[in-house]
Design a protein around this ligand. Sequence first.
Ligand code: PFF
Length: 474
Amino acid sequence: MTDTLRNAKPHSSPAPGRREHWSGRLAFILAATGSAVGLGNIWKFPYITGVNGGGWFVLIYLVCVVAVALPIMVAEILIGRSAQRSPVMALRKLDGPRSPWQGVGWLGVAAAFVILSYYSVVAGWTLHYSWLALSQGFAGMQPAEVEALFGQVYQDPGINLFWHGLFMLLTVAIVAAGVHGGVERWSRILMPLLFLMILALVLRAAGTDGFGPALDFVFGAHGDRLTPAGVLEALGHSFFTLSLGMGAMLTYGSYLRTRDDAVATSLAVGGLDTLISLMACMMIFPIIFVAGLAPGAGPGLVFVSLPIAFGQLPGGALWAAVFFVLLAVAALTSAISLLEVAVSHFIDWRAWSRRRAAVGIGAVIFLLGIPSALSGGTRLFGGDFAAATAVLFGEGQGKNWFDLADYLASNWMLPLGGLGIAVFVAWRMGAHAREQAFKAGSRFARLYWGWVWLLRYVVPVGVLAVFLHALGVF
Ligand code: PFF
């Protein structure tokens, strides 16, 4: 396979028959769920739920997933499966070599570079925390020490670069091994492991007195903290958490065979991703509540509050280690899909060998991530955690590199890409081809008109609202 690609002329895509494929539907579900489940579920969802007061925020998030995100996921997977190409070449194939819609694919490839460059830095922190938890544990540390520790990790260029580099190496090694021998193989190992770790942590949390209050916080009717900005945050997050708007699902869909049911698999992936986000809340909040900490701590919930809370729990050192390894594994299976978008693009577009694409692009992304890895050292205000995170996560006025990359990708590139896919499929693609693609091999053919309607009207209105909000219109 690799040799065929290496010898192929530039610009010629490998024949569709030569394309690697998942060994079956389960392999696709595991890999796509691996892409979807990441830092977004276990780090970000619990903290934005905390900040927005739980309850109603969670309900609104669920509505966004069903009404906006899932229709886009189906559209992306269908385009990939029909065209058997990565995003740019898929849109060229479906809409002609000069189609302006290929711009949506290019945006996705650019987003892969941008997102992975900073995602890998945060993933590096999870590796560092796993190492700390396994080697010395957080037990016995005073809250102030844990806070100082995060400030120190964030600030230390050596730590950041080392773990960012190691994380990129792991990602490159898996992607270079191929769709079948790398992505699928590791998804089959890592995803069950991830699920077991989450289950163990939820069961541990269920044994504490904080479980009842946590259930009430997440599922009870609390709406007092919810703002319009929170509603839009829920919508924006539904894109990020399901890896939408940048061609990751499209690329994974391109390794499906036409007989594989794209609609059923989308529902499975969306359902599993949501389940894991809710489980993440149910493993974090009980422990936070038992320790008497606040749920609305923001980005530091997982890196500061949680280690403090684990420190007070019997056997907490072990559980903290399980938690951070879990976070690292979740980040790894997502990073694989980010790299795969770019790698698959250069294989299809330039006929690069997979190994060359993975190593070359991985190196470029490592370099692009350096400014993010050094952001803390250059912009940290004397180790003050609150100021550091305010700058880092865009709550303050200052934007450093890391900030900017996250802001650009999450608020602009992903929603724009998602909108592009939705409008292409709902308004531009031939009605016959669209209907055939949806119904081929699907047990859910009867959902066709509902899906088209959501893509035509609900998705554009939702995404426009996100943009207007980002522009400060409301
Ligand atoms: N879905 C991942 C998460 O929730 O952490 C992040 C992500 C992965 C976004 C892959 C986009 C993507 F293409």
